[in-house]
Write a protein that binds this ligand. Structure first.
Ligand code: PMT
Length: 358
């Protein structure tokens, strides 16, 4: 299920207005999560997103699924450098982890809300949409009247799965970090109970340009800027023609999610590192800092082969010996995707955790 009216990769013209900067306010408040939402506008489609989600939740709830829902976030968020966005900064993530995990949650009977970067990989379609060897039209025979026999088996297999599970899958897109954060906050209030799981695999920007400092129009290069100086003073280029970016930190919303937005739900965050010597340390730090239930650590280089689960023992006194560290690995002879091992293990954590709640 998806709402065809929600598009996130197009510019929201309603917000494409000019701004005057109030740097003092920003500096004083930049780490405050609530201030973020006061000063960065809500996406125009947010109410539609909420309505669609409410409908999905009420249409799919029944005794068999015991109300279990997972919000899977997937893909990278962008940070626009201009309001009429020509340039943006992106976070790395193809969406494989999220899309593949969503499939596994569906197989295990969860209803899945898939909050994903628009046009990144999606469940079941992911085998066909982003291939480096095959373009879309290659899937059809010469003349386009039927499916190319070379791909028939895989297409039929995935189409069957898709048709079986699609009613339990809600696809919601984001593109910018601002859209992601507003959506996460809105969805959290709808999913604030112990049967809900947050599986935060999206790669979320740590730095952004606050709305009141975002140039309205495309940043001009120095030559054009000199020529056009009276028309456009939004340029961030200096006299040497260098583009100087002044980015504020994005508040860590994990804290808000755990402490207030979805304090009754189970939260699983990811920790991505490129230096293996600090992975576990950083995952333990995240667990202690945000006080949620599970951190899944992964290395950029080996993320498809191994991950590490870091969680607290249920009888923990908050000391280091009470931390569980459990590696999940696939080897070359194992034909499964690693998410086929990760998700049952996550669900086991969820089941145990539900049993401990009142
Ligand atoms: O899509 P693939 O190509 O398969 O790659 C999958 C993946 C490597 C991107 C994925 O497995 C992964 O590790 N995702 C999390 C990447 C990430 O953002 O890590 P982080 O260390 O920057 O953030 C850790 C956690 O803090 C995240 O769960 C994030 O939701 C949260 N966060 C991050 C930034 C921010 N401003 N606020 C947050 O709350």
């Amino acid at each position: 299920m998806h709402n065809p009216n929600i598009h996130t990769s197009i510019i929201d013209l309603e917000h494409a207005i000019s701004h005057t900067s109030d740097d003092n306010t920003i500096t004083a408040n930049y780490i405050d999560e609530e201030f973020y939402f006061q000063s960065n506008p809500k996406p125009s489609y947010l109410n539609q997103l909420i309505d669609t989600t409410k409908k999905f939740l009420s249409a799919t709830e029944n005794e068999n699924n015991k109300k279990r829902v997972v919000l899977v976030t997937s893909g990278g968020t962008t940070v626009p450098l201009e309001n009429n966005t020509v340039r943006f900064i992106d976070n790395f993530s193809a969406g494989t982890r999220g899309a593949s995990s969503a499939e596994q949650f569906l197989f295990q009977g969860y209803r899945v809300i898939f909050l994903h970067r628009e046009f990144s990989l999606t469940p079941f379609n992911r085998f066909f949409t982003h291939s480096t060897e095959t373009t879309f039209l290659d899937y059809f025979t010469q003349g386009g009247t039927s499916i190319n026999p070379q791909f028939q088996k895989k297409i039929i297999e995935q189409k069957k799965l898709y048709d079986t599970y699609k009613d339990n899958l809600l696809m919601l897109p984001f593109t910018t970090v601002n859209q992601y954060l507003w959506s996460l906050k809105a969805l959290a209030t709808l999913l604030n109970n112990k049967f809900c799981l947050f599986y935060l695999a999206a790669a979320v920007s740590d730095f952004y340009v606050p709305f009141n400092r975002l140039p309205k129009h495309k940043i001009q290069s120095q030559v054009e800027n000199n020529y056009n100086n009276s028309l456009n003073n939004n340029s961030a280029t200096n006299n040497d023609g260098k583009l100087i970016l002044d980015l504020d930190p994005v508040p860590k919303f994990l804290r808000r999610l755990v402490e207030s937005w979805a304090s009754q739900a189970m939260i699983v965050s990811f920790k991505l590192e490129t230096d293996s010597s600090i992975l576990i340390k950083k995952a333990v730090q995240a667990l202690k800092k945000y006080n949620h239930q599970l951190v899944i650590g992964n290395m950029l280089q080996t993320r498809n082969k191994e991950v590490v689960f870091v969680s607290e023992n249920s009888n923990s006194n908050n000391n280091d010996n009470d931390i569980n560290v459990e590696w999940i690995r696939i080897n070359d002879s194992n034909k499964e995707v690693i998410e086929a091992l990760i998700i049952p293990a996550v669900i086991e954590h969820h089941t145990q955790w539900i049993a401990l709640q009142n």
